[in-house]
Design a protein around this ligand. Structure first.
Ligand code: F6P
Length: 511
């Protein structure tokens, strides 16, 4: 029989008789085994792993068969190989997407180059920790988007107990953000990291210049001696005044939102320590191995993408929520927003044709249990069906009475069960429809390797979704128009629409 087209597969998926998740459990004793699996890594002290449980979604054998067909039609295996071999997968910008090369999987030359650049970074990090650059108590890291979200997440997740150096990640052009960092730092013991792939981003360059002035006004004799640049445009960093020895380059083929593994991870290595940074890479590498070597539904990022596509296109869910039942992952939804929405919030395919269905859902979320007391009302009883991911760690992050962690985990699991089960209630106001899907990502512990694994899992899940949609997840032209118009306003252009002109006048920015 000849292979169906993507359209035919979707028509059949949409026409399928729907069964509730509870019915799917009742009809298949092996459901948990089929739809939950672990990725493990390391041995002894470095051993760790994560359980990915997708059994409370509507995926069943039939749907998995159909999505495996879709993956075949979309050439998933060849596209995955192209990604992992460093071929030109970012077709609109004519380059590879070599984030996995940073952690050891890719074209030999790229892996080697990444390792050499990482070694250069290690020497600088060790020198800072050894005091070779004078006393360094604080690091102000300025960057935005992919040059800030990964470092902010990792610093928040890994250095709450103990930081080798106190790191402040500043992204916003709003000076309030930078002033807050200044208030917490002493210029005499502060270093500046300027993180920008392009080394042209207005927010970052403006913030960097303000930090330089603050160092100077704070009595630092040679402010430029305190600057490190993290960039794929080393020549621009040197032009800006950073000494070549403190420019830590990364490859052009590493996308901004995929760059935590490169020198953009410098603040993580400075704040959490070199070994932690390496552990993060090792956790990601374990997921890369799984992603590269596992086929079809057993490939966990691909399986997650099957569910994501099913809900977004098959059930018209416009959003997907992520709740970390772990304070240390408070910034994970922010990180995922850029990863997923900047990658897959597109309306044309890689070859420029209109897409054949909705693309990335809106990613949002928060921290459990806080979110239960704020937004879960809508998840349980609202008119929108929102697929939810729960993320938790079996090992606690605190040393308090074990009741804290027990209550945290029981609430996490209860929410997934309640969303699925529902409750008839005494009256309509107390009725819970149930059959609301969720997935649970349960980590053995939340250490650096696990954080790396979680991020890599989501990178591959995002890529797999893009392949199923036929889009290029590695460009982001959608951010350009607004930037361009802001520049035009700065340049004095004043023929915008009446509303914009009135706002500019009200703020005193135009005559
Ligand atoms: O505006 C979007 C964007 O290009 C992101 O993709 C990127 O992570 C961010 O800006 C920052 O860019 P850069 O690292 O070049 O300063």
């Amino acid at each position: 029989m000849s292979e169906q087209t993507a359209d035919q597969i979707w028509t059949e998926i949409e026409a399928r008789e729907r069964r509730t998740v509870a019915e799917l459990f009742a009809g298949d004793d092996a459901r948990v085994d089929k739809l939950s699996a672990r990725i493990d890594w390391g041995e002894g002290d470095t051993a760790g792993g994560v359980l990915f449980d997708w059994s409370k979604t509507h995926l069943d054998d039939d749907l998995l068969d159909r999505f495996e067909s879709l993956a075949r039609v979309r050439d998933f295996t060849a596209k995955r190989a192209a990604l992992l071999n460093g071929e030109t997968v970012n077709v609109t910008e004519g380059r590879a997407a070599e984030h996995t090369a940073q952690r050891g999987t890719g074209a030999d030359a790229s892996v080697e180059e990444a390792a050499a650049l990482r070694d250069r970074m290690r020497l600088l990090v060790v020198a800072i920790h050894d005091g070779a650059l004078g006393e360094v108590k604080h690091l102000i890291h300025v960057g935005i988007g992919g040059s800030a979200l990964g470092p902010a997440l990792a610093i928040d997740a890994l250095t709450r107990d103990l930081a080798r150096v106190d790191v402040h990640i500043v992204s916003n052009i709003d000076g309030v953000a930078l002033e807050q960092a200044f208030a917490a730092c002493d210029p005499k013991t502060t270093m500046l990291a300027v993180a920008s792939k392009t080394f042209t981003t207005i927010e970052t360059m403006t913030n960097a210049a303000s930090v330089m002035r603050w160092l100077e006004e704070g009595g630092v004799a040679d402010p430029s001696g305190r600057v490190v640049a993290l960039t794929a445009s080393p020549e621009k960093a040197v032009e800006w005044g950073v000494d070549e020895t403190r420019v830590l380059p990364f490859q052009e083929s590493v996308g901004g939102r995929y760059s935590i593994w490169s020198s953009i991870g410098f603040p993580v290595a400075v704040g959490a320590g070199w070994d932690e940074f390496e552990a993060m890479l090792a956790g990601a590498q374990a997921v890369d191995r799984h992603f590269a070597e596992t086929e079809g539904r057993d490939n966990l990022p691909l399986r997650a993408a099957f569910a994501d596509r099913y809900y977004t296109r098959g059930r018209k869910c416009q959003t997907r929520a992520v709740f970390a039942y772990d304070e240390r992952l408070a910034l994970f939804p922010d990180y995922l927003q850029q990863l997923e929405m900047e990658s897959n919030g597109k309306r044309v395919t890689a070859d420029g044709k209109p897409v054949d269905g909705p693309t990335a859902p809106i990613t949002w979320g928060g921290v459990g249990t806080d979110a239960q007391h704020a937004v879960f009302q809508l998840l349980h009883q609202g008119t929108h069906v929102v697929p939810v991911d729960f993320i938790a760690s079996i090992a606690p992050g605190d040393a308090l009475d074990p009741a804290h962690h027990r209550i945290l985990l029981t609430n996490c699991f209860a929410q997934g069960a309640a969303l699925m089960k529902g409750d008839k209630g005494e009256d309509p106001a107390r009725n819970f429809p149930g059959d609301r899907p969720s997935a649970t990502i349960l980590c053995d512990d939340l250490d650096a390797a696990t954080l790396g694994a979680l991020i890599a899992f989501h990178e591959h899940r995002t890529f797999a979704s893009a392949v199923l949609m036929g889009i290029n997840p590695f460009d982001q032209f959608g951010v350009e128009l607004g930037k361009r118009m802001a520049k035009e306003i700065e340049g004095g252009k004043n023929d915008f629409d009446a509303s914009t002109m009135a706002l500019l006048q009200a703020a005193g920015l135009s005559e």
